[in-house]
Design a protein around this ligand. Structure first.
Ligand code: PMP
Length: 391
């Protein structure tokens, strides 16, 4: 078909990106400007913003493993995993992670984001219906967009709605997708309900356990272990190595045949440079530490409850934590930004989540109850948050 030619505006090269400034103005007017700030190495701030849930990122056993890995294997992976990018560290990490979490096998990716894209695109086809929780992480949403499948956005944490859409589908296959613990409020998904719905209708279950690994379950074995789904033949988990394991990277865990299929077909595995050896070594060091010191997971959970209880006692709208994340509601995006900035000035770093990072449009401060914080630090954090909060 021949398209009629439409007169194109003549634009000077210097004006081609003018529309980006207009878009930035719109974001600024909605209070949604985002800025980068580099973090000093010796920042004295009390940090309740990072995802270093177990406080391992500076642990000498972990940084030592990173340094040793870089010395032995070099600064980068040098190629994709199927060419030169797989070292003994990658395979040890895969074996130990699978064993720790209770799955047959694991495959390591350069990020958790890439692991989610891989699982969603490789385990689906045009005859698959993906049923995705409305509050799922952006990487799961993007995986749904990349998959050549129909996607149904299910109401948040509603297994009955999942069951209904599965029952009335015309697709041969189906995949139910959910975060295990939702990133901002830290609430857990109803996994038993999702699993029952999936099993009643021959669907597979994909669970992103980014916020559960290292925090939930015996010694931090993750949400799937708690739900008795680790190693199930119809269940696949994804994790990031960048939160409780204090590194970078991600992994998919599941039945051996799923991992083989991903290894041979997942585009974010095949066409991406392998995870840097230092990152693999870091994650392996952290995982071994977690096994040697299993109390760390319970400590993070306990601190999260203490933090939420004290925020509530101070009159704030705190979430009920199911893992290490606690959120506090803010009246609006600008108020949230100001609140987080005032906390920073008072010596406390907190996360600030505004639309579109929060699907319900309600802005929040996001706090992480890092397992290495002291009781006095929790008290101080609550004092600052209450003192700086909107009247
Ligand atoms: N899933 C969830 C639920 C996350 O919170 C994140 C990180 N913010 C990711 C996946 C992506 O992991 P990574 O940062 O390793 O790409």
């Amino acid at each position: 078909m021949v398209h009629p030619t439409v007169p194109q505006p003549t634009l000077a090269p210097s004006a081609v990106f003018d529309w980006l400034d207009e878009a930035a103005d719109l974001r600024a007017r909605a209070g949604l400007t985002r800025t980068l700030r580099s973090r000093p190495a010796d920042d004295p701030v009390l940090d309740l913003a990072s995802n270093d849930y177990l406080g391992l990122v500076h642990h000498p056993a972990v940084t030592g493993a990173a340094a040793e890995a870089a010395r032995r294997w070099g600064g980068g992976a040098t190629g994709s995993r199927l060419v030169t990018g797989t070292t003994a560290l990658h395979t040890e990490l895969e074996d130990e992670l699978a064993e720790f979490c209770g799955f047959e096998a694991a495959l390591v990716f350069s990020t958790g984001y890439a692991a989610n894209l891989a699982a969603l695109t490789a385990l689906t086809d045009p005859d698959t219906l993906i049923v995705s929780d409305a509050y799922n992480h952006a990487s799961l949403i993007d995986g749904c967009r990349l998959a050549r499948s129909d996607v149904h956005r299910a109401p948040h944490a509603d297994p009955d709605a999942v069951r209904e859409v599965l029952a009335t589908r015309s697709h041969r296959r189906a995949l139910v997708v959910t975060d295990s613990v939702f990133s901002v409020d830290g609430n857990a998904a109803p996994l038993a309900g999702h699993c029952a719905a999936a099993r009643a209708h021959g669907a597979a279950l994909l669970v992103d356990d980014a916020h559960g690994l290292g925090v939930l379950g015996d010694g931090g074995r993750g949400t799937l272990a708690v739900a008795d789904l680790a190693g199930a033949p119809d269940t696949v988990a994804t994790v990031t190595l960048s939160k409780s394991l204090g590194s970078q990277g991600g992994a998919v865990l599941g039945p051996r045949r799923v991992i083989r299929h991903l290894t041979e077909t997942a585009r974010t595995f095949i066409f991406d440079t392998g995870l840097a050896p230092a990152a693999a070594g870091t994650a392996l060091g952290a995982l071994r530490l977690l096994r040697a010191e299993p109390h760390r997971a319970a400590r993070a959970r306990e601190l999260a409850h203490t933090l939420a209880a004290r925020l509530t006692a101070a009159g704030l709208h705190a979430s009920t934590p199911d893992a290490a994340v606690v959120s506090v509601r803010a009246p609006g995006p600008e108020a949230a930004v100001q609140w987080a900035a005032d906390c920073r000035t008072a010596g406390l770093a907190v996360g600030c989540f505004r639309p579109p990072s929060v699907p319900d449009g309600i802005s929040r401060l996001r706090l992480t109850a890092r397992g290495d914080l002291t009781d006095a630090q929790i008290t101080e954090a609550v004092r600052i948050i209450a003192a700086t909060g909107p009247a």
